[in-house]
Design a protein around this ligand. Structure first.
Ligand code: FE
Length: 213
């Protein structure tokens, strides 16, 4: 495992899909998420999805598609479920790392207004997001999305992503046990509450939101 403070070395030689670099050092999210958890989550789990995807798409039409196109073209098709699972997890994880930041951030003007309009304010959004992510049954994801021009919070099981339902994703929280178990054991709520309180990247969420206007 890479030491905290050092960027992991990227493996980009094995296929068309690459493991994008972490946007910060592995130790940057501590103490909410430890360097050890980020190192394993990014360097083993996320990398594993990318590597497996590259194996699965060899000599198929999916090998020349973008990652988003693979996800969209395999969603809901039983015969492509392995490719979907690995492609969606590769996309979800890249999106997750960019949903977090060690730097304090605030929503931009347009997103801030939409949060007031659709949730009655940031405190209510955060309360609902913590509850949704904590209560999600088994493995999956909690998301802030835009659908039909409104903000919404939804959870998805396993590798599923709102991208395939016509939604624009603004932020996500990984609630698979590998995201928190080393740090928090079974107390998912402590991880989720820490992420929502301290680590969500509202600058990235605002940039995603502004593209929907
Ligand atoms: Fe994960």
């Amino acid at each position: 495992m890479t030491k905290p403070g050092l960027k992991p070395k990227l493996d980009i030689e094995s296929g068309p899909f690459i493991l994008p670099p972490l946007p910060y050092d592995e130790g940057a999210l501590a103490p909410i998420i430890s360097a050890r958890t980020v190192g394993l989550h990014y360097g083993k789990h996320h990398k594993g999805y990318v590597d497996k995807l590259n194996d699965l798409v060899k000599e198929t039409p999916f090998a020349t598609m973008s990652l988003e196109e693979v996800v969209e073209n395999t969603a809901g098709q039983a015969k492509h479920s392995k490719i979907f699972n690995n492609a969606a997890q590769a996309w979800n994880h890249a999106f997750y790392w960019n949903s977090l930041s060690p730097d304090a951030s605030m929503p931009g003007a347009a997103l801030g207004k939409a949060i007031d309009r659709d949730f009655g304010g940031m405190d209510t959004l955060k309360k609902h997001l913590v509850a949704l992510a904590t209560d999600h049954f088994a493995s999956g994801w909690a998301w802030l999305i835009v659908q039909d021009k409104k903000l919404a919070l939804i959870d998805t099981p396993d590798a599923h992503t709102p991208m395939t339902e016509g939604a624009t994703c603004l932020l996500t929280i990984d609630v698979w046990e590998h995201a928190y178990y080393l740090d928090r054991q079974n107390v998912r709520k402590d991880y989720v509450a820490g992420v929502v309180d301290r680590l969500l990247n509202w600058t990235a969420a605002s940039a995603n939101f502004d593209k929907t206007l």
